[in-house]
Design a protein around this ligand. Structure first.
Ligand code: FES
Length: 135
């Protein structure tokens, strides 16, 4: 099984000298669950961007207006990476064609794009922000 972001509780990550973080796996309801740490909380700030590749998917961890979000790193309009997207207020502006997306709803402003940003749940664990992945 390789679905992303199934939720559970009580699973922690641990440091490794080889990797910054490795997931610590646990069996929960018949599935192997793993917490994957993405960033320390004190390193997050407005304007923060980090491209992440997880389970074969390109994602973007971003922090704006005091809030962290994890989205698919592909603009719903034509697939441009959003790593260099700018943000004004609560709108993320794609660098390719300039369509703006609401960071609360994911919807595009206006009618130029009918698709929305895709969000993934983040999990706070101690002083770390991450995701849970089922293996
Ligand atoms: S690819 Fe993002 S606005 Fe067109």
């Amino acid at each position: 099984m390789n679905s992303l972001f199934a939720r559970t509780t009580g699973v922690t990550g641990y440091k490794s000298p080889k990797w910054r973080y490795l997931p610590q796996s646990a069996v929960v309801s018949g599935f192997i669950m793993a917490f994957v740490a993405l960033e320390k909380l004190h390193l997050l700030h407005d304007g923060y961007r980090q491209a992440v590749r997880l389970a074969g998917q390109n994602l973007l961890l971003l922090h704006e207006n005091g809030k962290s979000l994890l989205i698919r790193n592909a603009c719903p309009h034509a697939g441009a990476a959003l790593t260099q997207a700018s943000c004004k207020g609560n709108r993320l502006r794609c660098p390719m064609h300039g369509i703006e997306f609401d960071l609360d709803t994911g919807r595009a402003a206006g009618t130029a794009c009918a698709q929305s940003l895709q969000f993934f749940p983040l999990i706070y664990e101690g002083n770390t922000l991450g995701v849970e992945v089922s293996e």
